[in-house]
Design a protein around this ligand. Structure first.
Ligand code: RTP
Ligand code: MG
Length: 140
């Protein structure tokens, strides 16, 4: 299997509760390597661009408000099969459906405030990484 990179966000509900390290412990224990990381306040424009695929959904406005409501930690994670692996480590979108031991089961507050984002394909990972990181900020 090829070494892949995926894009991760530790969302505002998790940074607000001081859970950055706890989320990172789950990530690293699962064998994903954090090869880039920074704490930022997303602008409304950045959040709208990032979640543009959901712009027609009824929850879009709330989602943009939530993602700009406090600091986020954006990350690049590297591993074999990183995209699928991190989706598994995060768990289902709705924490009520998330498996034991997953980030969302452990930490999420709701279907919206669900603590983590992970890319859903290798193609989207490349686009998302480029939105937030310059090449020289990623050290594999
Ligand atoms: P993400 O993109 O953040 O990794 O999450 P995902 O693939 O598991 O879920 P997706 O369907 O892409 O939804 C993106 C984010 O929108 C919020 N959401 N709110 N209120 C709602 O019904 C609802 N549905 C989704 C969540 O923050 C979700 O992660
Ligand atoms: Mg998604």
């Amino acid at each position: 299997m090829a070494i892949e990179r995926t894009f991760s966000i530790i969302k505002p509900d998790a940074t607000r509760r001081n859970l950055t390290g706890a989320v990172n412990a789950v990530i690293e224990t699962a064998g994903l390597r954090i090869v880039a990381q920074k704490r930022i306040l997303m602008t409304k424009a950045q959040a709208e661009t990032f979640y543009a695929v959901h712009s027609a959904r009824p929850f879009f406005g709330d989602l943009v408000s939530f993602m700009t409501s406090g600091p986020v930690v954006v990350q690049v994670l590297e591993a074999e099969n990183a995209v699928a692996k991190y989706r598994e480590v995060m768990g289902a979108t709705n924490p009520a459906n998330a498996a034991e031991g997953t980030i969302r089961k452990l930490f999420a507050e709701s279907i919206e405030a669900n603590s983590a984002h992970g890319s859903d394909s290798v193609e989207n990972a490349a686009v998302e990484i480029a939105q937030f990181f310059a090449g020289n900020e990623i050290v594999g």
